[in-house]
Design a protein around this ligand. Structure first.
Ligand code: G6P
Length: 614
């Protein structure tokens, strides 16, 4: 949450690079935005509430001639408010009372109140309600002529999480960054260095990136980076080559990132699968897991820790691992995993699933699991992200950047990868070569099936429009389609702000059925797989209460028509593939529904894509 960007170099105007970077990081928060640069021997800040376009407008109004000045150094921030409402004073960057230092911060300073009281007693004036402001006052207090030393002394006093970028008026040739718990990526260019919370802001300028570890501090200059510990001991961090393209992080003609990412799914899934199916040994190849066959055979329990959409993907994984590999599996909401003191036995595999690889609760679960001696692996999309590095073993999705706040392609790629992992674990146990091959063929066909769903977009749009005035929804499913129902409901509420609940179809009658009436539609996942007959019964129960029923049904399955008001057709597939393919239809339904209601689809209110606070 919150995105930070920093630029130092002579190649281009710092402000343009900062604004461009903020736009690319806006999915991390869009309550307010601001930047600080050194100009005419002063730290100049411009801030604005709301989105980055507002900041850009303000820049044009207040300082349109900025392009005529050579500005080589600056820091910038897009905020997701935690402490203090999104007003001008709470916008970052924050400056000290003498305006000699400026900082941007991503994370939460848990002991800020105590630090603030101490600083106020010494006469320090606070201009905001944020936790972040203490950082800049502490830097000012600790400064003895060297910004790196002042930042090191400051962060030693901080409790909580932070990614910080700081500049000092005295030194316009460097910037200092530090991290603990919140990501900092450093893009190494030619005669320029760019810092950001996420590589999305860097790939336009360089593909060479260094990721800081916790408790690293780095002095950034136009020529590169000098990384050290907080005690000034030099450390070296490897440079990663990023293969994302700039166009991957742009809309490419689509009105919204979400729609672009929905349509990218066939390609993204193919990329997740590429090189990972072994037709000869009838299994999957997931080298990043680094398991020998013996180690793999010893895994006797799997615990999946994740949040949001990733958790729903994990729930599908639970079915896969139990059905195909006979490994007892449970899915834990990551925050709950951490705080309820889970029992981890020898040979338990904890699988952390996270698109961003930065979700604070999932990261905390990883640390708790490692602490308890579990084998921990990550399933992440963002290369070099904290969870990917912390786990040290796992599988990357290779889905490309996901910018729309509502997750889409991450879900379908996560479930595809989980299916490959179940295939691998299954083949390592009782799954026959014949069944392995059958599964390989199904996995290989997922992209084509998703394309068939995308071809139904017009029909789905019509149905979404028809129901767009409704304010309450239920999504119901059974078996493999139960997690899909949860994900469908999550998508609808995330982007359209409509109350939508995902329920197991059988559970509906244990309470929620009391809410059913004409104005409460039920979206029933009634594909022709195990459980269909039972869900037809549930659909009848809903209709008997006058709820309109929209069904997903397998193409050609006429039996659903008499039990539903509208049908979204899904291509025929096995139960393993059904949740992946069906969710694509539900993504489209939510998109068109929210579109019809005029919602801000890519940046829904109150949400952020990368939730780096607990
Ligand atoms: C946020 C996002 C969701 C996402 C969840 C987990 O809530 O808005 O779309 O599913 O975080 O994120 P992760 O990056 O860990 O998958």
């Amino acid at each position: 949450m919150c995105g930070i960007v920093g630029y130092i170099g002579k190649k281009r105007n710092a402000i343009d690079t900062l604004i461009d970077g903020l736009k690319r990081l806006e999915y991390r928060g869009y309550d307010s935005a601001g930047f600080a640069v050194i100009n005419n021997n002063k730290i100049k800040t411009i801030k604005e509430t709301g989105k980055v376009v507002g900041l850009q407008r303000k820049l044009q109004e207040e300082w349109s001639e900025y392009k005529d000045t050579s500005i080589n150094l600056g820091i910038a921030h897009t905020r997701w408010a935690t402490h203090g409402e999104p007003n001008h004073d709470n916008c970052h960057p924050h400056c000290d009372n003498n305006e000699k230092f400026a900082i941007v911060h991503n994370g939460i300073i848990e002991n800020y109140q105590a630090l603030k009281t101490q600083l106020e007693l010494k006469g320090c004036k606070f201009n905001s309600e944020t936790d972040s402001e203490v950082i800049v006052h502490l830097i000012s207090e600790c400064f003895e002529g060297d910004l790196a030393q002042a930042v090191a002394a400051t962060v030693k006093k901080l409790e909580g999480t932070f990614g910080i970028a700081a500049i000092a008026l005295e030194d316009s040739n460097s910037m200092v960054v530090a991290r603990s718990g919140s990501p900092i990526a450093i893009g190494i260019g030619n005669d320029e260095t760019i810092v950001a919370s996420d590589i999305a802001a860097l790939v336009a300028y360089t593909k060479r990136v260094i990721f800081l570890d916790d408790d690293d501090l780095a002095v950034i200059t136009a020529d590169g980076v000098d990384i050290r510990t907080l005690n000034n001991v030099p450390v070296s961090r490897e440079t990663t080559h990023i293969d994302w393209d700039t166009t991957d992080a742009e809309k490419g003609g689509y009105e919204h990132f979400m729609m672009k990412e929905i349509y990218e799914q066939p390609t993204a899934i193919s990329n997740s699968i590429r090189g990972r199916l072994d037709f000869k040994l009838e299994t999957a190849v997931l080298n990043g897991l680094n398991f020998t066959p013996i180690e793999m055979a010893q895994i006797n329990r799997i615990i999946i820790a994740a949040c949001g959409t990733s958790m729903h993907a994990g729930m599908v994984g639970e079915y896969y691992f139990e059905d195909l590999a006979s490994i007892p599996t449970e899915v834990e909401q990551a925050a709950e995993f951490r705080y309820r003191n889970p029992i981890i036995e020898k040979n338990s595999l904890v699988l952390a699933i996270s698109q961003s690889g930065e979700t604070a609760d999932t990261l905390a679960a990883v640390k708790e699991a490692q602490n308890k001696g579990a084998i921990v692996a990550g399933l992440c999309n963002v290369v070099g992200s904290t969870i990917a590095r912390e786990t040290g073993r796992g599988v990357y999705l290779h889905a490309g950047p996901e910018i729309g706040v509502a997750s889409t392609k991450a879900f379908t790629c996560q479930t595809t990868v989980l299916l490959m992992l179940a295939l691998k674990l299954g083949r390592n146990r009782r799954l026959s070569g014949q069944d392995g091959m059958k599964l390989i063929k199904e996995i290989n066909n997922i992209s084509t099936l998703v394309e068939t769903v995308l071809e139904q977009a017009d029909n789905i749009a019509q149905i979404a429009k028809k129901y767009a005035k409704m304010n309450n929804f239920f999504f119901i499913g059974r078996g493999y389609l139960f997690p899909a129902a949860l994900e469908g409901a999550l998508k609808l509420k995330e982007i359209s702000y409509v109350h939508a609940e995902g329920y197991h179809a059988a559970e509906l009658k244990h309470g929620p059925i009391a809410l059913l009436e004409e104005s409460v539609p039920v979206l029933a996942l009634a594909n022709d797989i195990a459980g269909k007959d039972k869900i037809i019964g549930n659909m009848q129960e809903c209709r008997a209460r006058k709820s309109p029923v929209i069904a997903t049904a397998t193409i050609g399955d006429k039996s659903i028509e008499e039990h539903s008001d509208d049908i979204i057709w899904i291509p025929e597939c096995s139960e393993f593939v059904a949740p992946i393919v069906t969710v694509v239809a539900l993504q489209l339904f939510s998109y068109y529904f929210a579109y019809e209601r005029g919602c801000d689809i890519d940046q829904p209110r109150n949400l952020a894509k990368s939730v780096t606070v607990e």
